[in-house]
Design a protein around this ligand. Structure first.
Ligand code: URA
Length: 243
């Protein structure tokens, strides 16, 4: 997909999201929140669903949780414009309640198509509902700060998922806030690892099977989930500063 095709695809998805009536959440929304960011990024952050401020502005993570996300990104030298930020559900659940399974299912094709267009190397999940999509069976208390290969059926054809607590949880609990800073510090290394995996997959013969498949895993395997330590090195890709 060319850059122009990617932009066109993302704009088309956003237009569909804004007009969507596929679940009950459209009834209470002021604005739908398709997501935003750099269409050429290698890293996509996926939160849960819009809150009060996001619903008013039609943009993701623009309230207090968004302020913390911006600070977390700044701690590794990134800006929100460098990545793409979206949510599992694109319309605000009433009173900020958790999204329900049928609402998540109704919205899933939008997220899948966004990921197909963006083809990220890393999907950073923010909170349990996002993590459940990319690391089925994982528990946030043990999975945060770890990576796992993403099932291509999510739309991300060749990506690592990196689990983080939701910034709103970090705002409530100082220990989680500290852990969130520690976790995000490992995202650049995950990106280096993800790039290497993609290059290795691209170098395989065309007829080869996909390099990675993910079995649903009720308990995260500490070996699989632990963050590989990759020395900083050949940053061939210019988009995101790694260190
Ligand atoms: N929380 C989320 O999960 N998403 C947003 O966009 C804002 C707050």
């Amino acid at each position: 997909m060319t850059d122009a095709e990617r932009r066109t695809a993302l704009e088309a998805i956003a237009a569909e999201v804004r007009a969507c009536t596929n679940c009950r959440l459209h009834e209470g929304r002021t604005r739908a929140v398709p997501g935003e960011g750099d269409p050429d990024t290698e890293v996509v952050f996926v939160g849960e669903g819009p809150g009060f401020n996001e619903d008013r502005l039609g943009r993701p993570f623009v309230g207090r949780a968004g302020d913390l996300l911006v600070k977390l990104l700044a701690s590794i030298g990134w800006r929100r414009e460098d990545v793409f930020i979206t949510n599992v559900v694109k319309c605000r659940p009433p009173d900020n309640r958790d999204p329900q399974p049928d609402e998540i299912a109704a919205c899933a094709p939008f997220l899948r198509r966004q990921l197909e267009a963006l083809d990220p190397a890393v999907v950073v999940t923010l909170g349990r509902y996002s993590m459940a999509r990319f690391m089925p069976g994982a528990r946030i208390s043990t999975a945060h700060g770890t990576v796992r290969p993403v099932d291509p059926s999510t739309g991300a054809a060749s990506a690592l998922a990196f689990a983080m607590y939701h910034p709103a949880a970090a705002l409530r609990t100082p220990a989680i806030e500290r852990e969130s800073y520690a976790d995000i510090a490992a995202v650049p290394a995950a990106l280096i690892d993800a790039r290497a995996r993609r290059e290795a997959t691209a170098a395989e013969p065309a007829a080869a099977e996909p390099a990675v498949t993910v079995e649903p895993d009720p308990e995260p395997d500490p070996d699989v989930a632990s963050m590989p330590v990759v020395a900083p090195g050949d940053e061939a890709t210019p988009q995101l500063t790694l260190f």
